[in-house]
Write a protein that binds this ligand. Structure first.
Ligand code: NAD
Ligand code: DAU
Length: 336
């Protein structure tokens, strides 16, 4: 049976990917996760015994990573790398863990992959390309130059460059994907959509940074997972694939939609302090992934995906409730 080592597999998207793999392949999964504040053991609960193992550890631990990668077969097995510090606002307050996990962690994996000749998929973000003007007719493509803005996106860009260098110089068999903004179950309440939904569920108010003109390109996490598995199975080593679902919305539009779907007045929200260096617009052109690998998203209606996500948060207060007060207290110190 094929084994996939999934780093960050207890996080929002990593755990979604683990479920997806178990449903859509016969692979066995080993999760390597440090179980930081962003992880959820609960997201991995109820999975078939014997097919999933959780190893609690750090991707920067070279001895552990060497042992885990060395236990894989160079023929069929692969490492899928989700582990990261992932929140821009946190990277502005303390960049240090972003440098360690996102850059040194990727370097640590690459050294082990190189030594043991194992296939690799590196999960990255559209933020490495910087931002677009609101009226730019072009979207990001695989050839857009790198221009990251925040410590988070700069650390992800650094990791991408390391992967490409290890492909070219040492022959590592790696693919890369750069995806747009994900939404769905198990996303931490520090992020935009869960923050607003849980603010309303907890009797608080919606918080919009600045004017809300900033645009994000939303994709359901299930569709990100299916894209990563497609690339793993059909992608060409050395290639990058952009992942997106044509889901551009301004933050203002999203806030108004959340309020409407939750039966509130769409104009009943607070404008709060803007994020320093706030990227204006992200937008993905997913043509290569769609045409070369035949991938397409299942969630074609953002409104429907968002409504289902709101229902999920309403039913899972036991999971997000204990995290909520500390997140809001930290935002309050930033005027957000
Ligand atoms: P997340 O913050 O929800 O989860 C990250 C996971 O990595 C957590 O389980 C955490 O415990 C683990 N982790 C952190 N540091 C670690 C370390 N040193 N060693 C081992 N494990 C560690 O993140 P996410 O939103 O699920 O993002 C997953 C990946 O997808 C990241 O690489 C991110 O850059 C990328 N990505 C995210 C989005 C998005 O919208 N969330 C979009 C595109 C790409
Ligand atoms: O584009 C992919 C990226 O998307 C991923 O690489 C990141 O890991 C992921 O966190 C996400 O980054 P963003 O910074 O775009 O996501 P965030 O959820 O933090 O914010 C989305 C937008 O909403 C952004 O323009 C800031 C704004 N925002 C955010 C919060 C938390 C608000 O207006 N109010 C808020 O309370």
């Amino acid at each position: 049976m094929r084994t996939l080592l999934v780093t960050g597999g207890a996080g929002f998207i990593g755990s979604n990917f683990v479920h997806h793999v178990l449903e859509h392949s016969d692979a066995r999964v080993v999760v390597l996760d440090a179980l930081t504040y962003a992880a959820s053991r609960e997201a991995l609960a109820g999975l078939p015994q014997g097919r999933v193992e959780l190893v609690v550890g750090d991707v920067t631990d070279a001895a552990l990573v060497d042992r885990l990668v060395g236990g894989l077969s160079g023929e069929d097995d692969a490492v899928v790398h989700f582990a990261a510090e992932s929140h821009n606002d946190n990277s502005l307050n303390d960049p240090s863990p972003f440098i360690s996990t996102n850059i040194t962690g990727t370097f640590t994996l690459l050294e082990a992959l190189c030594k043991h000749g194992v296939r690799f998929h590196h999960v990255s973000t559209d933020e490495v390309y910087g931002d677009l003007a609101l009226d730019d007719p072009e979207r990001f493509t695989e050839t857009t130059p790198y221009r990251p803005s925040s410590p988070y996106s700069a650390s992800k860009a650094s990791a991408d460059h390391l992967v490409r260098a290890w492909v070219r110089s040492f022959g590592v068999r790696a693919t890369l994907s750069n995806c747009s903004n994900n939404y769905g179950p198990w996303q931490h309440v520090e992020k935009f959509i869960p923050r607003q939904v849980t603010n309303l569920l907890a009797g608080g108010r919606v918080k919009l940074y600045g004017s809300g003109a900033n645009v994000r390109d939303w994709i359901h996490a299930d569709d990100h997972s299916s894209a990563v598995l497609t690339i793993l199975e059909k992608g060409r080593a050395g290639e990058t694939y952009l992942v997106g679902a044509d889901g551009e919305r301004s933050n203002l539009e999203v806030v108004r939609l959340v309020l409407e779907l939750m039966g509130r007045d769409p104009d009943d929200f607070d404008h709060v302090a803007d994020r320093p260096g706030h990227d204006l617009r992200y937008a993905i052109d997913p043509t290569k992934l769609r045409t070369q690998l035949g991938w397409s998203p299942r969630f074609t209606s953002f409104e429907e995906g968002l409504a289902r996500t709101i229902d999920w948060y309403a039913a899972h207060e036991d999971w997000w409730g204990p995290k909520k007060a500390a997140v809001e207290a930290a935002y309050a110190t930033q005027g957000q």
